[in-house]
Design a binder for this molecule. Structure first.
Ligand SMILES: [Zn+2]
Ligand SMILES: [Zn+2]
Ligand SMILES: [Zn+2]
Length: 345
């Protein structure tokens, strides 16, 4: 049912997927190499989701001027993979240039080093942060207003957190911050699912945002700033209207038994008003986002799902392997944490 509205959008349409042109579009989806010992699946999954995100791909294509770091330039390496995705006749491409640039850039921090496995969500987030730095060359990531900075224009959630007492009206100083990935604990999320089911209510697919908000607020109790004796909850207020929202699930262990419950809670649509305590931007209040991509971790390996707009099909990316997903069901063996990008396209 949830899909109907999506397919009714102008430009969507189920029949479109049977037109001959869409076979060509599918052929444009290429795999990425991961030779034994490279451990590049975390990077390959992040790159595939970025490439399939129409808003990102189109905006990134229009950018050229940047502060270049030569061999260690993540911007150039991503450009190079994207142009090969578009132009190469090969079905599978190497991602080495980006892998090397990432390793070189994070050498001092000993992260994303060659041959070592790393975290796909953090990789995704760091690629976005680096794009900001290549365009704006400013280490201050909060309050970036550059029109050409895709990272902030498309992905950033501009928020503030505040404690407000419902009893006496006292409030703490607002704490403003920016995030690219909104992290949620899977344990807290599953507690919220339990809470709904315990009340004999049905889990509806439009509840996903509310579940995430409730999970995020769980346990975040403080005592009232005016010492009235009340314990009060944190409020998170969204001030902008991000075009792409990415949710990162934080798992308490690699062998989590919460997988089925987490999958049960996933909804294909996300309302920003549900996700945050308050939304101030008028567009953001009306915005409904659709699930378009997912990075999963299972058996110490990352793979990705992404929605291919031109063919209206879900695709599965596992390094060199690219498959069309015929009946989209969620992989029942997730582990660790993975980001979920939603877009308002
Ligand atoms: Zn460069
Ligand atoms: Zn920026
Ligand atoms: Zn109070």
């Amino acid at each position: 049912m949830a899909w109907v509205k999506m397919f009714k959008k102008p430009g969507g349409g189920l029949q479109k997927s049977y037109q001959p042109g869409s076979m060509l579009s599918l052929a444009l989806s290429k795999g990425l190499l991961n030779e034994p010992g490279q451990n590049s699946c975390f990077l390959n999954s992040a790159v595939q989701v970025l490439w399939q995100l129409d808003i990102f791909r189109r905006s990134f294509r229009q950018l050229s001027g940047h502060f270049c770091l030569g061999d260690a330039c993540i911007f150039c390496a991503l450009k190079s993979i994207f142009s090969q995705f578009q132009q190469s006749r090969e079905r599978v491409l190497p991602s080495d240039s980006l892998r090397n640039a990432l390793a070189e850039t994070f050498k001092d921090e000993q992260r994303f080093q060659l041959g070592l496995m790393d975290d796909a969500a953090e990789c995704f987030e760091n690629i976005l942060e680096r794009i900001h730095l290549h365009i704006v060359s400013d280490t201050v990531t909060d309050g970036c207003s550059s029109k050409s900075c895709i990272t902030h224009q498309k992905f950033a959630m501009t928020l503030y957190e505040q404690f407000v007492c419902r009893c006496c009206g006292a409030f703490s100083d607002p704490h403003p911050f920016t995030e690219f990935v909104h992290y949620v604990s899977t344990t807290a999320l599953c507690q919220q699912v339990e809470r709904i089911l315990a009340k004999n209510e049905r889990l509806r697919s439009d509840m996903f945002g509310e579940l995430l908000q409730a999970a995020n607020n769980t346990g975040d109790l403080r005592s009232c700033p005016s010492d009235c004796g009340q314990s009060i909850k944190i409020r998170r207020v969204l001030m902008n209207c991000p075009e792409i929202v990415t949710i990162g699930f934080v798992w308490d262990s690699e062998q989590s038994d919460l997988t089925d419950d987490v999958i049960r809670s996933l909804g294909p649509r996300l309302n920003l008003c549900g996700l945050f305590n308050r939304v101030t931007d008028e567009n953001a209040k009306r915005t409904e986002l659709h699930l378009v991509g997912m990075i999963c971790f299972s058996s110490k390996h990352y793979s990705a799902f992404a929605y291919h707009t031109k063919s209206s099909k879900w695709m599965f990316f596992d390094d060199a392997t690219v498959k069309e997903v015929r009946n989209f069901t969620f992989n029942p063996s997730f582990g660790s944490k993975h980001p979920l990008p939603f877009t308002s396209s």
